[in-house]
Design a protein around this ligand. Structure first.
Ligand code: NI
Length: 204
């Protein structure tokens, strides 16, 4: 499979709703394989099809929790049921979210603390997963991607302004921009292993 360029904010495919998948089966395997390879190369903990320029309702995730349990999977045509949004002050570190389509930036983002994800596995079997904590955050982030929403759209007014000016400072926010993991040095990609964070990168 192939590591594909990751689209950067400003590209229309990231800001429009993805289309439902109608043809299940082996035809989807190359897309899913490329998404997993691209997510691992970035490295990230999740990736949605629009991030590699494909406007279909598919996302993948792969994240190891604090107990060393690996959570991984693929969902097609998902729906997401969310609990109420978390309350109280956001923590600039613990709530810091990142997106491979806005590489290297991090902003505290308010999310629901638990969600139920429903959809289909690549086999066509139905799938239902209830998640809390960071996995719930990943599901909300990826599901948003399929609606054409980036986490920067969900920030508080103050943080949204900061994000906007950082995005402008990088000359992002226009169509046609992308970066290639392993070639472009974003998100720790291509750096020596000892330079990356021990718990890995948590952007998606
Ligand atoms: Ni993202």
């Amino acid at each position: 499979m192939t590591v594909r360029p990751i689209r950067i904010t400003g590209d229309p495919v990231l800001h429009n709703r993805a289309q439902p998948v109608s043809d299940f089966g082996p035809a989807l395997n190359p897309l899913i394989g490329d998404m997993v390879d691209t997510m691992r190369a970035a490295p990230g903990v999740g990736l949605a099809a629009p991030q590699i320029g494909v406007g279909l309702q598919v996302f993948v995730w792969e994240w190891e929790d604090q107990d060393g349990v690996l959570h991984e999977g693929t969902v097609i045509n998902p729906s997401l049921h969310k609990s109420a949004l978390s309350r109280g002050r956001l923590d600039d570190e613990a709530d810091a979210e990142g997106c491979l389509s806005i590489p290297d930036l991090r902003f505290a983002t308010r999310r629901a603390s638990s969600v139920t994800l429903r959809g289909y596995a690549p086999s066509g079997d139905s799938l239902e997963i209830t998640a809390e904590g960071w996995l719930a955050r990943i599901f909300q982030h990826e599901w948003d991607h399929l609606q054409g929403i980036l986490y920067s759209d969900r920030l508080s007014l103050r943080r949204r302004r900061q994000a906007k000016s950082e995005i402008a400072a990088h000359d992002w926010g226009t169509p046609g921009l992308s970066w290639l993991p392993g070639v472009d040095h974003y998100e720790g990609s291509g750096e020596d292993a000892e330079e990356t964070q021990p718990r890995g990168n948590n952007a998606s």
